[in-house]
Design a protein around this ligand. Structure first.
Ligand code: SF4
Length: 220
């Protein structure tokens, strides 16, 4: 590697950040209370932002927002699954959202020590590393770097991590290279996702148009 890994992240931010429409990400399209944001992140799994935003709005039409755990529990898994069908995996997601509502309070989401909160979230069935870390970064402004499939693909092609590395290995590797600044980490996270969606696509990556081509090992 003849460059600092940090340079690669800086270049991706510089290329994508100013054109990003944050309102197109479901997580920025919700009420600002912690449960609404966490539910939006759960809905975003394995679907696009258009469909997860529709699913989020469908819940909001039924229970309003800010979203309260007791209203989620009143809806129940079956009604919730019907409401979020458009996001796919609706039964799994509905069960996860009900688990959340049963397991953690709004006060805890807002005020628990971030590391303790991460452990608590990860103990809830259906909540994985990425969901917990996106919430900690976006809502709690905790300096953690969430890894999604686009980020895993881009960074493995660049030779920074290996595609089959475990989530925690990739996260810790990346965090060693980057400043513990939540604003920077949020920009890097979203810009890399955009890079994976538009240029370093799963099929037919556009290496000839890529702003980090000179830094990339092109392990495809
Ligand atoms: S040079 Fe190609 S493989 Fe490397 S990041 Fe860019 S698009 Fe992806």
């Amino acid at each position: 590697m003849t460059y600092r890994p940090r340079d690669l992240f800086d270049a991706v931010i510089e290329y994508h950040w100013s054109d990003l429409e944050l309102s197109e990400f479901t997580v920025f399209n919700t009420c600002k209370d912690p449960l609404s944001i966490l539910i939006a992140i759960v809905l975003s799994q394995n679907t696009n932002d258009l469909n997860s935003t529709r699913a989020y709005r469908s819940i909001a039409e039924r229970i309003g927002c800010p979203m309260k755990p007791e209203d989620i529990l009143k809806l129940g898994v079956d009604e919730l699954a019907r409401a979020i069908r458009v996001s796919g995996m609706q039964n799994v997601k509905a069960r996860t959202i009900v688990n959340l509502a049963m397991s953690i309070s709004v006060d805890e989401l807002s005020n628990l020590d971030p590391q303790e909160l991460r452990d608590r979230l990860l103990s809830i069935p259906g909540i994985g590393y990425k969901t917990a870390d996106v919430f900690l970064l976006m809502y709690r402004k905790f300096p953690v770097f969430p890894i999604d499939t686009h980020i895993r693909r881009v960074l493995s092609r660049c030779g920074i991590v290996r595609v089959r590395d475990e989530y925690e290995v990739i996260r810790k590797t990346v965090e060693e290279y980057l400043p513990r600044d939540p604003e920077y980490l949020m920009k890097a996270h979203l810009s890399l996702i955009e890079h994976g969606r538009t240029i370093c696509r799963a099929r037919k990556p556009k290496c000839d148009q890529c702003p980090i081509s000179d830094k990339c090992a092109k392990i495809i």
